[in-house]
Each structure stands twice: as structure tokens, then as C-alpha cells.
Design a protein around this ligand. Structure first.
Ligand SMILES: *Cc1c(COP(=O)(O)O)cnc(C)c1O
Length: 411
């Protein structure tokens, strides 16, 4: 059981990639808000030429993110989806095939099904809960395996080491979207994956202040290829986003522990509540992959996302989301504020209904991103919202569900 933290992680989160500014001594890496860099002579410069190719503030963030996984500097992008797009452009051509775990971020499904499919890249979404399904889905044209574990929003896990062995045997790179756990709780490269991918928008920056993405790998030629794609399509992160993310990273190990501990407490409370029919959280013994979670995640911690369903199905779920006061009804996750989300109409509305149903993403599923507020206050808020459910006059619920039916129709 992995109960111990990865060594030096807290130190790296605060220090890696940063050094006092040589001209002023400023302890914080400055925001280099400049398009261009004056060259000493033709072909002679300090390493940066134009900020679409590289930028010193972004480079500092890349060094830190790479260090967190004992890898060379990462490559940072304008968003998590820009990182995914660059990865797909770097590795896939018309006629190629990608195997993807079926429970993934909605935008991952959208970019593959609605953009890359038209460019001749085929994707197969498989139940990666059983790694043998991955092996079966591999074709002669498969050029990438892409997993998300825990998967958004049902928190299904994939045994990364088992899939890495299959990928190695087939000589296909394995990418893991590690947005939910971050290098604090899971290190895909150490489990045998080729690529760790992040939406830094979430826990990495952690304050609902930036949109960003990153890719970490120990494969030098892939890093070079990713930088080339990023320069060619123009999807580098902005210096200000990188600067904010450098600050957010310092407290990542502290935050992720607090998010996780509060999430477990809330998941246990939800599981004992009579109005709640199903709670999905890898830290609960009732989670079908609890043993894998204990083995694969560090510190016996499992991130801050809890999904659940309430008695009464969709209408009751929507009534709860409309009745919370402290929790904010919003997309996004992994930040200081507790956010409550309706995946079917919000984050996963572009995932075809059959795929949503096949993975257990029901219209009544509620996703909670547990923030840094007092867990007692979050529980009190959920408690008053769930209490309204049992007390609400049928008419009130009906009015709310009229709006919600419209929302669902839109998706
Ligand atoms: C949010 C998210 C993404 C996309 O990241 P953006 O920064 O919003 O583009 C990808 N994967 C996961 C797991 C996410 O939660």
C-alpha cells in the first residue's frame, strides 16, 4: 500500500525552476511580458527568440512541472485541450487509430469524435477497467493509447501499470491524463506510461484563475516534436497564466491533501445519507476498484472529486444542484471553491447519449469538486439541499425540472 508521499515533492513544488532574478534579486520569477528578445548577433541569443516558441516565465513553470515527475522540462499549453490536441497532432496521421478509455473528460471525446475523425484519425473508446479490453482494441494502425484515471466523472480507474505493459509489448506510447490526481498522488511515468498530461486549470493552479495545460515525458524526441507542434499552431501558455500557476504549485501538495481528506469525509457522509442512492469515490471501501486505488494512488489519498446520485433520479438531482448555497453550480474542478456540476448537461453534454449511458453517466449524476472550505460547512450545505428534497412540495420540484428538461434537451 502506498502510504508514503513521494520524496522531495514539497520542496520541488516550491523551488524547482525558480531562482532569484539576476538583475534585481526578486525572489519570484518575473512575468516576462515580451513578444521578442534582442539578439546579440545573428544567431546569438539567451535562448528565447519569440514568445510563441518559448518564454522565460513559461520555461520556469515547465522546469518545475518536469521536476515533479523526475523528467526534463514539460511543455505548457494554453489549455488542457490544447495539450491534448498537440499530442494528437504530434503522434497521429490520417489512417491512424487511437485507443481511449471510455470514461474521459467530455472535451477529449469531442476533439476526437468531431475534429480528428474528420481528419481520418479513428478512435475506439473501451472499458479500460479491464486492461484486456485495451489489448483487444489495438490494431495495426494504433499509434497511441490514451487513459484517464480516475475517469471524469464516474471515477472509474484503470490499472496503469497493466496497460503500460500491454503498450510496451505493442510498442505504442501510453498517455495518461493525470489531471485528477496530479504528481502528488499518482506518477504515470513511474507506472510505465510514456506521457503524463494535465489540465493545469484544475488542481495544479488550483484557484479558478487560469486555463492551461501541460505534457510531461522523458522521451526527448517527443518533447522536441511537441514544442514544434506548439510553435506551429501557436498554443503556448501565456506568461501571466504561467506565473499564477507557479504560485499555485507551491501549495499543491498541501491543497491536494486537504481536498482529498475533505472529499473522503464528505463521501462517507453522503454514503450514509438516506436520500443518496449511489456514491462514487475511490477512497470508499464500497468502490469496486478500492484495492486498485489503494495500490495505485500515493498517500492513501484519492483526490477531491466525489460523484453521487440521489433518490428520485434526474429531477431530484437537479433540485439538489439548484438548492445549494455554499457550493457553486459551475463547470471546472480542482480549485479552492467547492463546485457542483451536472455532467450530463455541462461538462459531458457533447458526449453522445449512448456513450454516456454505457459508462454509467446518468442524467441524475452529480459531480462535486470538494474545495478548501471547512468540510463541516460543505456537509451542512449539502444537508440542507438534500433535506429540501424530502420536504419539497411536488409543484416546486416540477417547476425546477421544467427548466432542467430544457437544459437536457439542449445537450
Ligand atoms: C478540464 C479537463 C481537461 C481539459 O482541460 P482545459 O484546461 O479545460 O482545456 C482535460 N482532462 C481533464 C481530466 C479535465 O478535467
Amino acid at each position: 500500500m502506498s502510504t508514503r508521499p513521494f520524496p522531495d515533492l514539497s520542496t520541488k513544488a516550491v523551488r524547482a525552476g525558480r531562482s532569484p532574478d539576476p538583475s534585481t534579486g526578486a525572489i519570484l520569477t518575473p512575468i516576462t511580458q515580451s513578444t521578442t528578445y534582442v539578439q546579440q548577433a545573428v544567431g546569438v541569443h539567451h535562448g528565447h527568440t519569440y514568445s510563441r516558441a518559448s518564454n522565460p516565465t513559461v520555461s520556469a513553470l515547465e522546469t518545475c512541472l518536469g521536476a515533479l515527475e523526475d523528467a526534463p522540462p514539460s511543455v505548457c499549453f494554453s489549455s488542457g485541450l490544447a495539450a491534448e490536441t498537440a499530442l494528437f497532432l504530434a503522434l497521429l496521421r490520417a489512417g491512424d487509430h487511437i485507443v481511449v478509455s471510455d470514461v474521459v473528460y467530455g472535451g477529449t471525446v469531442r476533439v476526437l469524435r468531431e475534429l480528428f475523425a474528420d481528419l481520418g484519425v479513428q478512435s475506439t473508446f473501451v472499458d479500460a477497467g479491464d486492461p484486456a479490453n485495451i489489448r483487444r482494441a489495438i490494431r495495426a494502425t494504433t499509434r497511441l493509447i490514451f487513459l484517464e484515471s480516475p475517469g471524469n466523472p464516474t471515477l472509474k480507474l484503470t490499472d496503469i501499470a497493466a496497460v503500460a505493459a500491454i503498450a510496451r509489448e505493442a510498442d505504442i506510447p501510453l498517455a495518461v491524463d493525470n489531471t485528477f490526481l496530479t504528481p502528488v498522488l499518482q506518477r504515470p511515468l513511474d507506472l510505465g506510461a510514456t506521457i503524463s498530461l494535465y489540465s493545469t486549470t484544475k488542481y495544479i493552479e488550483g484557484h479558478n484563475a487560469t486555463i492551461g495545460g501541460a505534457i510531461t515525458t522523458r522521451d526527448a524526441s517527443l518533447l522536441e516534436r511537441l514544442r514544434f507542434v506548439r510553435k506551429s499552431v501557436g498554443s503556448i501558455q501565456s506568461p501571466f497564466e504561467a506565473w499564477l500557476t507557479l504560485q499555485g504549485l507551491k501549495t499543491l501538495p498541501l491543497r491536494i491533501r486537504r481536498h482529498s481528506d475533505s472529499a473522503l469525509e464528505i463521501a462517507e457522509w453522503l454514503a450514509s445519507h438516506p436520500a443518496v442512492t449511489r456514491v462514487l469515490y475511490p477512497g470508499l471501501r464500497s468502490h469496486p476498484q478500492h484495492d486498485l486505488a489503494q495500490r495505485q494512488h500515493a498517500e492513501n489519498r484519492h483526490s477531491g472529486i466525489v460523484s453521487f446520485e440521489v433518490r428520485g433520479g434526474v429531477e431530484s438531482g437537479i433540485a439538489v444542484m439548484n438548492s445549494v448555497k455554499l457550493c457553486s453550480l459551475a463547470e471546472n474542478l480542482g480549485a479552492a471553491e467547492t463546485l457542483i456540476t451536472h455532467p450530463a448537461s455541462m461538462t459531458h453534454s457533447d458526449v453522445p447519449r449512448e456513450q454516456r449511458e454505457s459508462i454509467g453517466l446518468t442524467d441524475g449524476l452529480i459531480r462535486l469538486s470538494v474545495g478548501l472550505e471547512s468540510p463541516a460547512d460543505i456537509i451542512a450545505d449539502l444537508d440542507q439541499a438534500l433535506a429540501l428534497l424530502t420536504r419539497a412540495a411536488p409543484a416546486a420540484v416540477a417547476t425546477r425540472s421544467a427548466t432542467s428538461a430544457k437544459t437536457l434537451a439542449h445537450s
